[in-house]
Write a protein that binds this ligand. Sequence first.
Ligand SMILES: [Zn+2]
Length: 344
Amino acid sequence: MSEDTALIGAMPKAELHLHIEGTLEPELKFGLAARNGIRLRHRSPADIRASYAFTDLSSFLAAYYEGMSVLREEQDFYDLAMAYFRKANADHVVYAEVFFDPQAHTSRGVPFGTVIAGLDRARADAQAALGLRAQLIMCFLRDMPADSAMRTLEQSLPYRDKIVGVGLDSDERDNPPVKFADVFERARGEGYRLTVHCDVDQADAVGHIWQCLDDIGAERIDHGVNCVEDGALVARLARDGTGLTVCPISNRWVAGGLKAAELKAMLDASLRATVNSDDPAYFGGYVNDNLAAAQRSAGLTAAEVASLARNSFEIAWIGAAERDVYLAGLDAYLRRVPGSAPGS
Ligand SMILES: [Zn+2]
């Protein structure tokens, strides 16, 4: 094990870009299908894995939505989330912000309250049993109409205390951030924090990031690596301290490369970039795998890897006291690992 891989393994970190539906491993999918009396198209978990040959965002999304068909009852959402929390805990994730896609479930007849009850119960148990704190972020599906997103926002209001923020995901083509400007404005008024996916190498990718800043007022950008193509945009992101949640291994599946050089450029420009796992059951790598892949590909130094963890706490949607506790834990860890201290 190299020194840097050893650094990553036990380094305390936050994960901020993780779709809970994207953590559905084929074995759990089979288990839930059996419990719910659902016949699957594939004969085994190995068959499912063999079918994952994504070439772009659309081909991934087709498998992602098909997988969700086994999620029906509150216990299904609980089991899904607990399985992720155990994996994250093993990767020394001490804090997580977890996306969920309510419209992908309510459109199948699963009540919003069923989804949130299962996820929130897992969140509470993860904190009690593992010491891993998590918060939920509700994402709107951008390939559905804006008025569907608005109805979903209204459905969420009885559960406002269980959801920290809102995001925007799914197919970005012809679905720019401004399509949802009214929804995000209403969400802000309801006290939700705001983040938006700007996927990699999409049409007008740079323009979409500008829209997030100027028309939406997003506090974070999910992915957003195309920002490095525009010096003025990089300067704006640096000035505002906007967080960016990069997911190297998923980039390799949908955009043909890890974009690790872009990640390094973001760090060089003092952007608050982080590394996350996106949909790890589909892309084959949890957060430590993503950090190790980025580190190897871009030749990141130990100090740069440490800065990714530092950024993950800096841009988390938590209070100052909690942030200080996480940063102190990270600093204590880094002092025990040669070469990872700031400035080294
Ligand atoms: Zn994502």
